[in-house]
Design a protein around this ligand. Sequence first.
Ligand SMILES: C[S@@+](CC[C@H](N)C(=O)[O-])C[C@H]1O[C@@H](n2cnc3c(N)ncnc32)[C@H](O)[C@@H]1O
Length: 299
Amino acid sequence: MNDIGPIPHAPLHTGAMPLFEFHRTLLSDVSAQDEFRRALCAIIHGGESVLDVGTGTGLHAMFACQAGARIVYAVDQSPIVELAKAIGAANGFDERITFIYGAIQDTELPERVDVITTHLGLSDTLAILPDVAARHLRPTGVVVPASADLFVAPVECFRADEQIRFWDKPHYGLDFTPVRPLASRSRYSCRITVDDLLACGARVASLNFRKPSTRLQATAQFEIHRDGVLHGIGLWYIEHLIDGISISTGPSSAVDPKLWPNQFLPADEPIHVRQGDTIGIHVEAAECLAGDWRWQILV
Ligand SMILES: C[S@@+](CC[C@H](N)C(=O)[O-])C[C@H]1O[C@@H](n2cnc3c(N)ncnc32)[C@H](O)[C@@H]1O
């Protein structure tokens, strides 16, 4: 088993602000973290072994201890784990949490565990969790989150469209239009709000975090619910931590969009739509929803 250390000190002690800022933002994302605490309390009753993948400041490892875990293996590939160890000790959990510095892919544990928890976002969870569960989870064990649903909707989003229109205009008296075709075939991170929606979202995939992810290929039909300009496709997900406890990153979600942004897939050109029109959306993505996406809006 790889014990904590050696940990490079420089990233924490010089230029450390970005790391602290990231974890301060995570700790401040109360609506998501409260759901993790509820889920861990619901499945840990006393005596369980837990693996926290990407423990950060150790928050979920400490939630697991508060719920009654016998031992928690708290793994992180970032030097933040050095501080997590100090935080664990400050809260009296040093006897029950084993902090491990390293990538989970290279980590060996002395036992299989009852619970695996992770808070990595959709794509990384899909990429990491099935293999981690196969290697480290007992046959009766539980993973948190267990699954996720992926949604798409046609959206009017002038904020996102502005990023594409940028390339249509001259800047400093110079022509940048050669970028435009590529810009309108790229994915953008942005917040999709309820006001942006031109139709209700449709679920295009249900993903089980115990199973290796396969290529996504899905088509959905929509009835437009108001007149507007269709700028592109909004994309978000709901993570189901356990039965009955979920975290949505969708339009009415309270989670921090800086941490868990939605995606915007632009139309080639804005499309004027009327209430009652029907349109189709086709999306394709590689395993784990990583890499290049392809999409089409069918009017
Ligand atoms: C979004 S943070 C979550 C931290 C903490 N669980 C929380 O909710 O506040 C993800 C953490 O996972 C770590 N991480 C990402 N990929 C990892 C991997 N393959 N192995 C170990 N740690 C990883 C990152 O360094 C980061 O600290």
